[in-house]
Design a protein around this ligand. Structure first.
Ligand code: KMH
Ligand code: ZN
Length: 243
């Protein structure tokens, strides 16, 4: 059996201190969260960065600062910068952390609604462009799939050489606009990937814990963290906001 790999999504781009005070904005807070997740068993940090006021940014300099500061305290942790950034950012803006040549980075594999009027845009050509930039620098893409059609896109691009194997998927399920994270959704996703690929699950909101259990029982990997869930129970919200 493979070892379980836990990814900690410590920050994200959408959760704010109004949702939970624990969400890190400053470099100091990001280092604190990354290193405490590492010391609790996470081996990968899925990293977004913020300005000190919480505004999401894909600034190469801000990523460099955060990565260097995390590595200074936890040298062995793998850092996986986001190339998704926040809804509405351009491709060049989102791609900046690739220039720092991290070991891995996310590759978002399709467009989806993202709640309200938001659309998280990842056209076929966008995906090819991110894949090309990552391949040039030998960066391992984590193939973020928010629904089954995104897996089909990966498999088409893999067949045509735009994405190289071995494939490592991340099923991000439960986004408002993507696929849900019920057991049947998880089974459909994992049965749709090639037998020699690996996967991790990131369940958003109420799907986080059950999906983590399914994946662990199946020998898959998991992503957890404040990017995906910031309340465990609705009646806990007030407590968590003041803590
Ligand atoms: N913040 C979302 C719009 C990724 O990290 O690659 C995109 C996202 C995906 O979080
Ligand atoms: Zn992310």
């Amino acid at each position: 059996m493979e070892k379980l790999i836990i990814t900690a999504a410590i920050c994200g781009a959408e959760v704010t201190k109004e949702h939970t005070k624990a969400i890190p904005y400053s470099i100091e807070e990001i280092v604190r969260e990354a290193c405490s997740a590492y010391s609790e068993g996470a081996s990968i940090i899925h990293l977004h960065v913020r300005e000190d006021d919480g505004k999401p940014t894909q600034s190469k300099d801000r990523f460099k600062m955060a990565i260097e500061a995390i590595k200074a305290k936890c040298p062995d942790v793998i850092i996986q910068p986001s190339t998704g950034g926040a809804v509405g950012m351009s491709i060049d803006e989102r791609a900046q952390p690739i220039e720092l040549i991290p070991e891995m980075a996310t590759l978002d594999c399709g467009t989806l609604n993202f709640g309200g009027d938001e659309i998280f845009i990842n056209t076929e050509n966008d995906i090819k462009e991110f894949a090309k930039r990552m391949q040039e620098k030998n960066i391992k893409p984590e193939l973020e799939c928010f629904e089954k059609g995104h897996i089909d896109m990966v498999l088409r691009l893999y067949k045509r050489g735009f994405i190289k194997g071995p494939l490592h998927f991340s099923f991000v399920l439960g986004v408002n606009g993507g696929m849900n994270g019920e057991l049947r959704d998880f089974l459909f996703m994992k049965e749709s990937i090639p037998y020699d690929s690996t996967y991790s699950v990131a369940g958003v909101g109420r799907f986080e814990l059950p999906l983590a259990v399914y994946a662990i029982l199946d020998g898959g990997h998991v992503r957890v963290g404040l990017e995906d869930i910031f309340i465990l129970k609705k009646d806990n919200l007030q407590n968590r906001m003041v803590n």
